[in-house]
Write a protein of this length. Structure first.
Length: 262
Protein backbone atom coordinates (compact mmCIF):
# COMPACT_ATOMS: atom_id res chain seq x y z
CA UNK A 1 0.00 0.00 0.00
CA UNK A 2 1.24 3.50 -0.78
CA UNK A 3 -0.15 6.63 0.80
CA UNK A 4 -3.51 4.98 1.32
CA UNK A 5 -4.47 5.28 -2.36
CA UNK A 6 -3.08 2.23 -4.12
CA UNK A 7 -2.98 -1.48 -3.47
CA UNK A 8 -0.75 -4.22 -4.75
CA UNK A 9 -2.18 -6.12 -7.68
CA UNK A 10 -1.24 -9.31 -5.86
CA UNK A 11 -2.27 -10.32 -2.38
CA UNK A 12 0.14 -9.25 0.39
CA UNK A 13 2.39 -11.85 2.02
CA UNK A 14 1.41 -10.46 5.42
CA UNK A 15 -1.87 -8.86 6.41
CA UNK A 16 -1.60 -5.68 8.46
CA UNK A 17 -4.44 -5.67 10.97
CA UNK A 18 -5.43 -2.90 13.35
CA UNK A 19 -7.93 -3.58 16.15
CA UNK A 20 -9.66 -0.44 17.43
CA UNK A 21 -11.51 -0.49 20.74
CA UNK A 22 -12.87 2.44 22.71
CA UNK A 23 -11.58 0.61 25.85
CA UNK A 24 -14.17 2.03 28.24
CA UNK A 25 -16.16 -0.86 29.75
CA UNK A 26 -13.05 -2.84 30.69
CA UNK A 27 -11.84 0.04 32.87
CA UNK A 28 -15.20 0.94 34.40
CA UNK A 29 -16.95 -2.40 34.94
CA UNK A 30 -15.17 -5.02 37.10
CA UNK A 31 -17.18 -7.84 35.49
CA UNK A 32 -15.91 -6.88 32.04
CA UNK A 33 -12.37 -6.41 33.35
CA UNK A 34 -12.43 -9.96 34.72
CA UNK A 35 -13.34 -11.37 31.31
CA UNK A 36 -11.01 -9.10 29.32
CA UNK A 37 -8.31 -7.93 31.77
CA UNK A 38 -6.22 -6.36 28.98
CA UNK A 39 -9.21 -5.13 26.99
CA UNK A 40 -11.31 -6.64 24.22
CA UNK A 41 -8.79 -5.33 21.70
CA UNK A 42 -5.95 -7.29 23.28
CA UNK A 43 -8.02 -10.49 23.49
CA UNK A 44 -8.69 -10.22 19.77
CA UNK A 45 -5.06 -9.33 19.07
CA UNK A 46 -3.78 -12.35 21.01
CA UNK A 47 -6.07 -14.60 18.98
CA UNK A 48 -5.27 -13.12 15.56
CA UNK A 49 -1.54 -13.04 16.29
CA UNK A 50 -1.55 -16.84 16.22
CA UNK A 51 -1.78 -16.58 12.42
CA UNK A 52 1.75 -16.52 11.01
CA UNK A 53 0.82 -14.17 8.16
CA UNK A 54 -0.97 -11.59 10.33
CA UNK A 55 0.80 -8.49 11.66
CA UNK A 56 -1.45 -7.14 14.41
CA UNK A 57 -1.56 -3.84 16.26
CA UNK A 58 -4.15 -2.33 18.60
CA UNK A 59 -5.51 1.19 18.97
CA UNK A 60 -7.79 2.80 21.56
CA UNK A 61 -9.83 5.95 21.86
CA UNK A 62 -7.61 7.62 24.48
CA UNK A 63 -4.45 7.45 22.36
CA UNK A 64 -3.22 10.42 20.25
CA UNK A 65 -5.47 10.98 17.23
CA UNK A 66 -7.90 8.59 18.94
CA UNK A 67 -5.55 5.74 18.06
CA UNK A 68 -5.83 6.05 14.29
CA UNK A 69 -3.60 8.79 12.85
CA UNK A 70 -3.24 8.79 9.06
CA UNK A 71 0.05 6.86 9.16
CA UNK A 72 -1.66 4.00 11.03
CA UNK A 73 -4.68 3.85 8.74
CA UNK A 74 -2.49 4.07 5.65
CA UNK A 75 -0.65 0.97 6.83
CA UNK A 76 -3.73 -1.07 7.73
CA UNK A 77 -5.13 -3.72 5.41
CA UNK A 78 -8.05 -4.69 7.68
CA UNK A 79 -9.49 -2.62 10.54
CA UNK A 80 -11.59 -4.20 13.32
CA UNK A 81 -13.92 -1.82 15.21
CA UNK A 82 -15.48 -2.34 18.65
CA UNK A 83 -17.38 0.51 20.28
CA UNK A 84 -20.38 1.01 22.54
CA UNK A 85 -20.23 3.62 25.32
CA UNK A 86 -18.28 6.30 23.48
CA UNK A 87 -19.65 6.45 19.94
CA UNK A 88 -20.16 10.22 20.19
CA UNK A 89 -16.57 10.77 21.38
CA UNK A 90 -15.17 9.63 18.03
CA UNK A 91 -14.33 12.68 15.96
CA UNK A 92 -16.00 13.30 12.63
CA UNK A 93 -12.53 13.83 11.16
CA UNK A 94 -11.51 10.29 12.12
CA UNK A 95 -14.77 8.89 10.77
CA UNK A 96 -14.09 10.52 7.41
CA UNK A 97 -10.52 9.17 7.36
CA UNK A 98 -11.76 5.63 8.00
CA UNK A 99 -14.47 6.00 5.35
CA UNK A 100 -11.94 7.18 2.77
CA UNK A 101 -9.60 4.28 3.57
CA UNK A 102 -12.44 1.79 3.13
CA UNK A 103 -13.37 3.35 -0.20
CA UNK A 104 -9.71 2.99 -1.19
CA UNK A 105 -9.67 -0.73 -0.37
CA UNK A 106 -9.11 -1.23 3.36
CA UNK A 107 -11.25 -3.99 4.83
CA UNK A 108 -13.51 -3.18 7.82
CA UNK A 109 -14.94 -5.63 10.37
CA UNK A 110 -17.52 -4.06 12.68
CA UNK A 111 -18.23 -6.01 15.85
CA UNK A 112 -21.30 -6.15 18.12
CA UNK A 113 -22.41 -2.68 19.28
CA UNK A 114 -20.19 -1.12 16.64
CA UNK A 115 -23.37 -1.29 14.55
CA UNK A 116 -24.24 2.12 16.02
CA UNK A 117 -20.80 3.65 15.54
CA UNK A 118 -20.42 6.78 13.46
CA UNK A 119 -18.13 4.85 11.12
CA UNK A 120 -20.64 2.10 10.34
CA UNK A 121 -23.59 4.47 10.01
CA UNK A 122 -21.64 6.71 7.62
CA UNK A 123 -20.69 3.77 5.41
CA UNK A 124 -24.18 2.26 5.49
CA UNK A 125 -26.08 5.55 5.08
CA UNK A 126 -28.90 4.29 7.33
CA UNK A 127 -29.87 4.37 11.03
CA UNK A 128 -28.31 0.95 11.83
CA UNK A 129 -30.75 0.84 14.76
CA UNK A 130 -32.08 -2.43 16.19
CA UNK A 131 -34.00 -4.02 19.07
CA UNK A 132 -32.09 -5.38 22.07
CA UNK A 133 -32.46 -7.07 25.46
CA UNK A 134 -29.81 -8.07 27.99
CA UNK A 135 -31.02 -11.20 29.77
CA UNK A 136 -28.15 -13.66 29.38
CA UNK A 137 -30.17 -15.84 27.03
CA UNK A 138 -29.03 -18.52 24.61
CA UNK A 139 -28.13 -17.50 21.07
CA UNK A 140 -27.77 -19.80 18.09
CA UNK A 141 -25.84 -18.23 15.23
CA UNK A 142 -27.06 -20.12 12.17
CA UNK A 143 -24.87 -20.41 9.08
CA UNK A 144 -27.11 -19.49 6.14
CA UNK A 145 -24.42 -19.13 3.46
CA UNK A 146 -22.35 -22.30 3.92
CA UNK A 147 -20.26 -21.78 0.78
CA UNK A 148 -18.92 -18.42 1.93
CA UNK A 149 -15.27 -18.30 3.07
CA UNK A 150 -16.22 -16.54 6.32
CA UNK A 151 -18.05 -19.72 7.38
CA UNK A 152 -15.10 -22.07 6.76
CA UNK A 153 -14.72 -24.58 9.58
CA UNK A 154 -18.05 -23.64 11.20
CA UNK A 155 -20.80 -26.22 11.76
CA UNK A 156 -24.50 -25.65 11.17
CA UNK A 157 -24.63 -23.12 13.99
CA UNK A 158 -22.64 -21.61 16.85
CA UNK A 159 -24.16 -22.11 20.30
CA UNK A 160 -23.65 -19.21 22.71
CA UNK A 161 -24.98 -19.99 26.19
CA UNK A 162 -25.29 -16.37 27.32
CA UNK A 163 -25.68 -13.45 24.98
CA UNK A 164 -27.35 -10.07 24.55
CA UNK A 165 -30.36 -10.25 22.27
CA UNK A 166 -30.20 -8.19 19.10
CA UNK A 167 -33.45 -8.33 17.13
CA UNK A 168 -35.13 -7.22 13.95
CA UNK A 169 -35.92 -4.82 12.47
CA UNK A 170 -32.28 -3.90 11.87
CA UNK A 171 -31.89 -0.58 10.06
CA UNK A 172 -29.22 -1.59 7.56
CA UNK A 173 -29.22 -1.52 3.76
CA UNK A 174 -29.87 -4.88 2.13
CA UNK A 175 -26.60 -6.81 2.55
CA UNK A 176 -24.59 -7.90 -0.45
CA UNK A 177 -24.37 -11.29 1.27
CA UNK A 178 -26.15 -12.59 4.35
CA UNK A 179 -23.82 -14.99 6.16
CA UNK A 180 -25.38 -15.66 9.58
CA UNK A 181 -28.84 -15.36 11.14
CA UNK A 182 -29.22 -15.61 14.92
CA UNK A 183 -32.08 -17.05 16.96
CA UNK A 184 -32.49 -16.07 20.61
CA UNK A 185 -34.09 -17.96 23.47
CA UNK A 186 -36.76 -15.27 23.80
CA UNK A 187 -37.87 -15.93 20.22
CA UNK A 188 -36.31 -13.08 18.24
CA UNK A 189 -34.18 -13.48 15.12
CA UNK A 190 -31.46 -11.19 13.78
CA UNK A 191 -29.25 -10.81 10.71
CA UNK A 192 -26.08 -11.30 12.74
CA UNK A 193 -23.46 -11.59 9.99
CA UNK A 194 -23.57 -9.64 6.72
CA UNK A 195 -21.25 -8.14 4.11
CA UNK A 196 -21.17 -5.05 1.91
CA UNK A 197 -18.74 -3.46 -0.52
CA UNK A 198 -18.14 0.28 -0.41
CA UNK A 199 -15.85 1.58 -3.12
CA UNK A 200 -12.96 -0.89 -3.23
CA UNK A 201 -13.35 -1.97 0.42
CA UNK A 202 -15.09 -4.98 1.91
CA UNK A 203 -17.16 -4.67 5.11
CA UNK A 204 -18.35 -7.45 7.44
CA UNK A 205 -20.65 -6.89 10.41
CA UNK A 206 -20.76 -9.61 13.09
CA UNK A 207 -23.02 -9.11 16.09
CA UNK A 208 -22.01 -11.64 18.82
CA UNK A 209 -19.69 -10.06 21.38
CA UNK A 210 -21.46 -8.41 24.31
CA UNK A 211 -18.81 -7.30 26.77
CA UNK A 212 -20.20 -8.95 29.93
CA UNK A 213 -20.03 -12.45 28.42
CA UNK A 214 -16.81 -14.24 27.31
CA UNK A 215 -17.98 -14.56 23.72
CA UNK A 216 -14.66 -13.60 22.11
CA UNK A 217 -13.02 -16.50 23.93
CA UNK A 218 -15.19 -19.04 22.04
CA UNK A 219 -13.20 -20.93 19.36
CA UNK A 220 -15.95 -20.72 16.73
CA UNK A 221 -16.34 -16.97 17.21
CA UNK A 222 -12.57 -16.59 16.89
CA UNK A 223 -12.65 -18.70 13.73
CA UNK A 224 -15.32 -16.50 12.14
CA UNK A 225 -13.34 -13.34 12.88
CA UNK A 226 -10.12 -14.88 11.54
CA UNK A 227 -11.92 -15.98 8.37
CA UNK A 228 -13.42 -12.50 8.02
CA UNK A 229 -10.01 -10.84 8.21
CA UNK A 230 -8.79 -13.00 5.32
CA UNK A 231 -11.95 -12.31 3.31
CA UNK A 232 -11.80 -8.53 3.90
CA UNK A 233 -8.20 -8.08 2.76
CA UNK A 234 -7.62 -5.55 -0.06
CA UNK A 235 -8.60 -6.88 -3.48
CA UNK A 236 -6.13 -5.62 -6.07
CA UNK A 237 -5.75 -2.11 -7.50
CA UNK A 238 -7.96 0.86 -6.72
CA UNK A 239 -9.52 2.57 -9.74
CA UNK A 240 -7.51 5.67 -10.72
CA UNK A 241 -10.43 8.12 -10.71
CA UNK A 242 -11.44 10.88 -11.02
CA UNK A 243 -9.14 11.92 -13.86
CA UNK A 244 -9.46 13.73 -17.17
CA UNK A 245 -8.84 11.62 -20.28
CA UNK A 246 -7.72 13.90 -23.18
CA UNK A 247 -9.00 13.26 -26.69
CA UNK A 248 -5.53 12.25 -27.86
CA UNK A 249 -5.54 9.44 -25.30
CA UNK A 250 -8.84 7.96 -26.52
CA UNK A 251 -8.50 4.32 -27.53
CA UNK A 252 -10.50 4.85 -30.74
CA UNK A 253 -10.84 7.81 -33.12
CA UNK A 254 -13.67 10.12 -32.19
CA UNK A 255 -15.79 11.48 -35.06
CA UNK A 256 -17.62 14.57 -33.90
CA UNK A 257 -20.74 16.02 -35.54
CA UNK A 258 -19.82 17.64 -38.85
CA UNK A 259 -17.27 14.95 -39.64
CA UNK A 260 -14.36 16.30 -37.62
CA UNK A 261 -11.98 13.49 -36.72
CA UNK A 262 -10.01 13.63 -33.50
Amino acid sequence: MSGGTTLSATMPASFRITIWNEFVHERQNPAVAEIYPKGIHQALADMLSLQSDFTVRTATLDEPDQGLPPEVLDNTDVLLWWGHAAHDAVSDELVTRVQQRVLAGMGLIVLHSGHFSKVFKKLMGTTCALCWREAGERERVWKVNPGHPITAGIGDCIEIEQSEMYGEPFGIPTPDELIFVSWFQGGEVFRSGATWTRGSGRIFYFSPGHEVYPIYHLPDIQRVITNAVRWAQPQGEVANVPRHVPVEQAREKIVARGGTVH
